[in-house]
Each structure stands twice: as C-alpha cells, then as structure tokens.
Design a protein around this ligand. Structure first.
Ligand code: APR
Length: 317
C-alpha cells in the first residue's frame, strides 16, 4: 500500500472525531494529522493507541495549522458550527464562511496540490468559497476541490433499499445538484438495481431525502446536526479518493464540483476519480420529467448560494 497523508481540520468536533476514527481504521492511510482550535490533543492521543497503521498526530491552534498541512495528500474540512433546530444550513453562513476561507488559505499555502473536501455547511456556498480562495492564491485546480455530498447518496441508498427490501450494500442512487433542501436531487430513475414507485410514494421519498438533515437536527433537539452518518459518508468519499490516487481505476463518487452541466457553476454529479482527482465528470444522464422539475426548482437557490459564497470572498479581498 502506498502512502496517503490525510489532514482533518476540525477533528475534535462531532463529525471530526468519528471521521478520524474511521480513517484511522483504514490500512491505506499512513498519516492522520488532526487539527482543531480545541480538545484535539486528547482526541489524537486517544486515537494513537489504536493498533492500526496510520500515525496520528494532533495539532492545536492556528500556530500549528501549517505544520498539520505540510505534505498532506488529502485535506478534509468539517470545522465550523453545526445547525440547531429552526436554523437552515444557510443560517450558518457567516461563521462558517470565514472558517472555510481562512483554513483554505492555509491549504493554498502549505499543500496546494492536496485534494480538498469541504464538509462544513452550507456546502452549496462553502465549496465555492474554498475554490475562490484557491484561485486568489493562484493554485486552483478544479479537479482537486470537492464539496462532500456523499451523505445524500448514503441516505438515498438506505431509504430506497428499506422501501424496496433491497440489499443496501448493492443499492446505489446518484444524487445531483447541491447539498441543502430542494437543491438535493436524488435520481431515483437511475437507481441500481432499477426500482419503481407509484408517483405519490416517489415524491414522498424524494422529499424525505431532501429533508433528511432536518430529520436529524430535530431528533437531536438542540444538540447539533448529523455527525455519525456524515462521518461515515466522508470516510467513504475519502477512501475512494485515496484508492484512485493510488491507481485503482473506476472509482466513482457523486460530489459537488466545478461544473458545466448546468448554469450553476458548481453542481454535484457522479465523477470518475483518478490520480489527479476528477478524471471525468460523468454528468447527470437522462432525467425523468419529474426529475427535470426537481432540477428546475433547485436552480435559483443553488445559483444564489454559489453567488453568496463567491461574493463573500470578493468582499473580503
Ligand atoms: N479551525 C479549526 N477548527 C474549528 C474552527 C477553526 N477556525 N472553528 C471551529 N472549529 C472546530 C470546533 O472546535 C469543533 O471541534 O470545529 C469543530 C466542529 O464540531 P461541532 O461543533 O461538533 O460541529 P459538527 O457537528 O462536527 O459540524 C461541523 O460540519 O456538516 C457540517 O453543518 C455542519 O457546518 C457544520 C460542520
């Protein structure tokens, strides 16, 4: 197995900790660098006792951010504040936008060739923020910057497999668009294996997938948003990325990336991963009329979210 040096920024958080645990368990990870502004030395110490290959190191506070990033192949960013009941992902914008901007600036300086996965919400805006920051530093490569939307696929797979009594490990539903509410567009018509639903049931299922984040926020009743399922999804995404970097062919993941598929500059679709990141955008395929309608409904919000992100970086020049 080759080396894969992974850095997690925000590693002591509700997502960061289980994500770090899952990465620590992967034999393909050689180094796991954990950064946070609080509590991270304890997390790193704890994880470092696990008998798996990855060498774990903690990095606490801004002075240690650059050392954390040195030599990273992949950087995952779940740093930020989570959503509380009644908040939309967009309400998080101001705090999290600044966090992503500043962390990405450090990535641009310390490991400009790293693959970057943005988890911090609102991803529809924070992924464009990261890209704009990389651009400002002259190191932007759209093949290497991702908004992590794997959780939307994970949820779709789970809910559809449950509804149809399928083996979930063999169920795969592409999800396109963005990562918030109506911008999430599950392509149920492209599910493997093929499934069909009466129209009403299909609508309900789509809506449940779009609102699944809120389902968790409400159930957690003030304690935050999805952490364990998000960590699982991000670890899956990261695993595909590492495997592709190491020369495995045919790795496909849905991700929110710079795109020419639609009039939105960033758009999630299945992408083929390779040694340099995105090898090919596989596009959205042929949509059913109902899916075209979901897409139409998503576009204004998605485009506004992207503009908000770009504007934020523009304003902070
Ligand atoms: N640099 C590094 N880490 C930071 C910074 C920063 N500037 N600001 C906050 N953090 C850390 C916190 O110290 C905390 O450990 O980010 C972590 C966030 O953890 P939680 O508050 O538990 O939030 P979590 O549920 O993990 O969600 C984080 O991911 O999906 C998104 O919507 C979610 O935007 C939210 C983010």
């Amino acid at each position: 197995t080759k080396e894969a040096r992974v850095a997690v920024l925000g590693a002591a958080g509700g997502i960061g900790q289980p994500l770090s645990l899952l990465l620590k368990q992967m034999p393909i990870v050689s180094h796991l660098n954990l950064y946070d502004i609080a509590h991270v030395m304890g997390v790193a110490s704890d994880l470092s006792h696990i008998e798996s290959r990855a060498k774990v190191q903690g990095f606490l506070g801004p002075d240690n951010l650059r050392p954390c990033l040195d030599g990273a192949d992949i950087v995952l960013i779940p740093a930020g504040v989570p959503r509380k009941p009644g908040m939309t992902r967009d309400d998080l914008f101001n705090t999290n936008a600044a966090i992503v901007r500043d962390l990405t600036a450090a990535v641009a300086e310390s490991c400009p060739k790293a693959m970057l996965g943005i988890i911090t919400n609102p991803v529809n805006s924070t992924a464009p923020i990261a890209s704009e920051v990389l651009k400002k530093h002259g190191v932007y490569d759209p093949r290497r910057a991702f908004g992590v939307t794997t959780l939307d696929v994970v949820r779709s797979n789970t809910f559809i497999a449950e509804a149809k009594g399928l083996d979930v490990s063999k169920t795969n539903v592409p999800v396109i668009g963005g990562h918030s509410g109506i911008t999430i567009i599950p392509l149920i018509s492209q599910c493997t294996p093929p499934v069909s639903f009466p129209p009403e049931e299909r609508v309900k299922l789509s809506m449940r997938i779009q609102n699944a984040g809120t389902e968790v926020v409400d159930a957690k009743a003030g304690a935050g948003s999805a952490t364990l399922s998000m960590a699982f999804a991000a670890a899956e995404f990261c695993k595909s990325l590492i495997e592709a970097l190491n020369g495995q062919e045919g790795k496909v993941q849905c991700a929110y990336v710079r795109s020419e598929e639609t009039e939105a500059k960033y758009f999630a679709t299945p992408v083929l991963l390779g040694k340099e990141g995105i090898e090919k955008n596989l596009g959205m395929g042929k949509l059913l009329d109902v899916e075209v309608n979901l897409l139409k409904a998503a576009m204004p919000e998605l485009i506004a979210n992207i503009q908000k992100g770009e504007q934020f970086v523009g304003d902070s020049k």
